[in-house]
Design a protein. Structure first.
Length: 574
C-alpha cells in the first residue's frame, strides 16, 4: 500500500511539472512573468527534478540575491567536473534589460521542457541560466517606457537600482550585479555565452537577429572556428525551424545600398567581456515590433539550436577553445582597437520594408517610415572583417602600487593572480605619461569617460614598496589584464576614471615666489633655458604670457611633481 501511495505521489509531482504553465503561456503570450513568479517557478521545478539545481549566487543592488539555474543530465552540478567530463558549458543571461523580457519567458519554458524530457539535453552539454540579472529593473514594472516595443503588457525598466545600464558595466563593475556575474562567469568558465535582448532600431521582416562576438576580435583559432563553422550551423538550425535569422541591424538610418558593418562589442558589453576569456559570445536581439508571442518562440528556438549544435560539435568546440587559451598564453601582441575592413564583405539575404517619407502629424514636418505594404528581398553586403588599429606588445609583467586597491580588487575578482612584493625593491620599468586625453562632457553610466588618450613612454629605475603588486603575463587572463591596464584601451580602467587622481596637480606655487626660483633654475639648467627660448621663438603668444612661461619652467624643473599625469601602472619589459 505504501508503495502504491509513493508511486501516486511521484506521478502527481511529474504530472504537475508536465502541466505547469508559465505566466506567459497562461496569458496566451501577452504577458511576461514577474520577478516573484520567476523565482517561484524555478523553485517548483527544482523540487521535482533530478537534473535542476537552483542556487543563490551573490548580491544585487536591489537587495535580492542573484539566482543561477543549473542543468545537467547526470544530476551533477560542479562546473569543474563538467569541464573534466568534456561537457560544453553554456551560460545564458536573461533580463539584463528587463524591458526586454523575451529570454526570461523563453528560458522558463525551455528549462521545464528539458526537465520533462520534451527537449533532449545532450549528455555532453551542461546549462546554466541567470533567470533575471537586473532584479531592480525587473521590479520597476510599467507599460510605457519601451515606446517602440510591441508587448508584453507589462515589463521591467532598463536601469537597475542605481539606474545603471548593466550592459555597460562589465569592466567598471559599479554594480553588485556585475561583481556577482564575474564570480558566476569564472566559476562556470563557459564555452558559450548567450545574453538575450530585444532590438531597437530599423523595421524589417525578420523576427530574430544575432550579434556574434566579432571573429577577429575573439582571435586565435577560436575566432576562425566561430566564423567558418559554428556560427553558420546556428543560422542553418534556425532556418530549419522556420526562422530566417540575420545579423543585428542597429539603426533606422541603415542604408541597404551601402551594406552594413558587423557590430563590434568592446569589453563593457557582456559578449565583449566574455571574449577576453576565450568564450564565444552571442547576443540575440528579437525584433521589437513583432508580436511578443512570436518573439519569445524565436528566442526559445534559438537557445534550443545552441543546445543542439553544442551537443553535435562538443568535441570540436572544446578542442578549439582549449587551443585558443594556449595561444593566448604565448601571444605577444594584443590589439586594443579595431576598424572595419571596407574591402572584404560577404553577402546576406535581407528582407526589409521600403523606406518612405510623409508629413508628420506630430511635428508638421517630414517623417520617415517603413511601408509594410511594400516588403522586399535583397542581397546585402555585410562587412564582418575587422583589422587591428592599435597594437601593444605584451610586457613580462605589470606592477601596480598597492594604493590603487580598487583596481587590484577588481582584477582579483576576474581571476587575475598577483604577487605582492615582500620588501622594498628597485626595478627598471617603462611607464606612460599621459600627454593628452579627452573626457565626456556629460556623465555616462556614472562616469565622465576618458578617450582619445595619447601617451609617451618613459623608462626609469623605480622604487616599489613592500605590498605593491606584480602581475605576471603568463596566466589565462592575459587578454583581460592588457585590455584593462593599457591606458589607451577603449574600456580600460583609465578610460573609466579609476586613475583620474593623477590628472590633478596637487602642488603649485605663487608667481612672486617662483619668479626667483625659476630664474635660478634657468641658470643651473642651460638645457631648460635653451628649451624655453626655442618655445618662445616658435610661439609668440606664449612669449608674451608671463604666467605661461613660469608654468613651462616649473613643469620642466626638478620642483614639478613627478606623479602628475604619470600613469601609475608600470611595465616590466624583460
Amino acid at each position: 500500500m505504501k508503495f502504491i501511495i509513493l508511486v501516486l505521489i511521484t506521478m502527481n509531482i511529474q504530472l504537475n511539472i508536465y502541466c505547469q504553465l508559465s505566466p506567459f503561456e497562461k496569458a496566451s503570450g501577452m504577458e511576461s512573468a514577474t520577478y516573484s513568479e520567476i523565482v517561484e517557478w524555478y523553485k517548483a521545478l527544482e523540487k521535482g527534478s533530478k537534473i535542476i539545481s537552483l542556487r543563490m549566487m551573490g548580491e544585487t543592488d536591489a537587495g535580492y540575491p542573484l539566482h543561477l539555474v543549473m542543468l545537467s543530465s547526470d544530476g551533477k552540478f560542479d562546473p569543474i567536473k563538467w569541464h573534466e567530463q568534456k561537457k560544453v558549458v553554456l551560460l545564458i543571461n536573461n533580463g539584463i534589460h528587463p524591458g526586454e523580457p523575451d529570454g526570461i519567458d523563453a528560458s522558463m519554458m525551455l528549462v521545464r521542457d528539458i526537465d520533462n524530457k520534451k527537449i533532449n539535453l545532450p549528455p555532453n552539454v551542461a546549462l546554466a541560466f541567470i533567470p533575471v540579472y537586473n532584479i531592480g529593473g525587473a521590479l520597476n514594472r510599467n507599460s510605457t517606457t519601451r515606446v517602440n516595443q510591441n508587448g508584453p503588457k507589462e515589463y521591467g525598466f532598463r536601469g537597475n537600482s542605481q539606474n545603471l545600464d548593466l550592459n555597460r558595466d562589465f569592466t567598471k563593475n559599479d554594480s553588485k550585479e556585475s561583481r556577482s556575474f564575474a564570480e558566476i562567469f569564472h566559476l562556470l568558465d563557459p564555452d558559450i555565452f548567450i545574453d538575450n535582448h530585444v532590438s531597437d532600431g530599423a523595421d524589417y521582416q525578420h523576427t530574430m537577429t544575432l550579434i556574434t562576438t566579432q571573429y577577429d576580435k575573439l582571435g586565435n583559432s577560436l575566432g576562425d572556428y566561430l566564423r567558418d563553422s559554428f556560427e553558420p550551423k546556428i543560422y542553418t538550425g534556425m532556418s530549419d525551424k522556420g526562422w530566417e535569422m540575420i545579423p543585428y541591424m542597429s539603426f533606422e538610418s541603415f542604408d541597404v545600398e551601402k551594406g552594413m558593418p558587423m557590430f563590434i562589442e568592446s569589453p563593457r558589453y557582456s559578449t565583449g567581456y566574455a571574449a577576453l576569456f576565450n568564450t564565444m559570445g552571442f547576443m540575440p536581439e528579437t525584433h521589437m515590433l513583432k508580436p511578443y508571442k512570436e518573439r519569445v518562440r524565436s528566442a526559445y528556438d534559438l537557445m534550443l539550436t545552441f543546445i543542439e549544435e553544442a551537443g553535435k560539435n562538443a568535441g570540436e568546440i572544446i578542442k578549439q577553445r582549449t587551443l585558443s587559451k594556449k595561444q593566448a598564453l604565448i601571444q605577444t601582441s594584443f590589439p586594443l582597437s579595431w576598424k572595419t575592413d571596407t574591402v572584404k564583405s560577404k553577402e546576406i539575404t535581407f528582407k526589409g520594408y521600403q523606406k518612405k517619407f510623409t508629413k508628420s502629424e506630430a511635428t508638421g514636418l517630414q517623417k520617415m517610415y517603413f511601408d509594410k505594404q511594400q516588403p522586399f528581398t535583397t542581397r546585402l553586403k555585410f562587412f564582418n572583417t575587422y583589422n587591428p588599429r592599435e597594437i601593444v606588445q605584451k610586457p613580462r609583467a605589470y606592477i601596480i602600487p598597492q594604493g590603487w586597491h580598487s583596481v587590484i580588487d577588481l582584477m582579483k575578482l576576474n581571476g587575475v593572480k598577483s604577487l605582492p612584493f615582500k620588501k622594498d625593491t628597485i626595478i627598471k620599468v617603462s611607464g606612460y605619461r599621459i600627454d593628452n586625453y579627452k573626457s565626456f562632457t556629460l556623465p555616462y553610466e556614472k562616469h565622465h569617460k576618458n578617450y582619445a588618450v595619447k601617451v609617451s613612454i618613459t623608462t626609469e629605475d623605480k622604487l616599489f614598496l613592500k605590498g605593491d603588486h606584480l602581475i605576471m603575463l603568463d596566466q589565462p587572463s592575459n587578454r583581460y589584464i592588457i585590455e584593462m591596464l593599457e591606458p589607451t584601451g577603449d574600456d580600460s580602467f583609465f578610460a573609466w576614471n579609476f586613475f583620474d587622481g593623477i590628472l590633478q596637480q596637487k602642488e603649485g606655487y605663487s608667481d612672486y615666489r617662483w619668479e626667483e626660483l625659476a630664474a635660478d633654475e634657468l641658470k643651473k639648467n642651460p638645457g631648460l633655458n635653451q628649451l624655453l627660448e626655442s618655445k618662445k621663438a616658435t610661439d609668440p603668444a606664449f612669449a608674451s604670457n608671463s604666467s605661461a612661461i613660469l608654468d613651462f619652467i616649473y613643469k620642466n624643473s626638478t620642483y614639478y611633481e613627478r606623479a602628475h599625469m604619470m600613469y601609475p601602472v608600470f611595465r616590466l619589459e624583460k
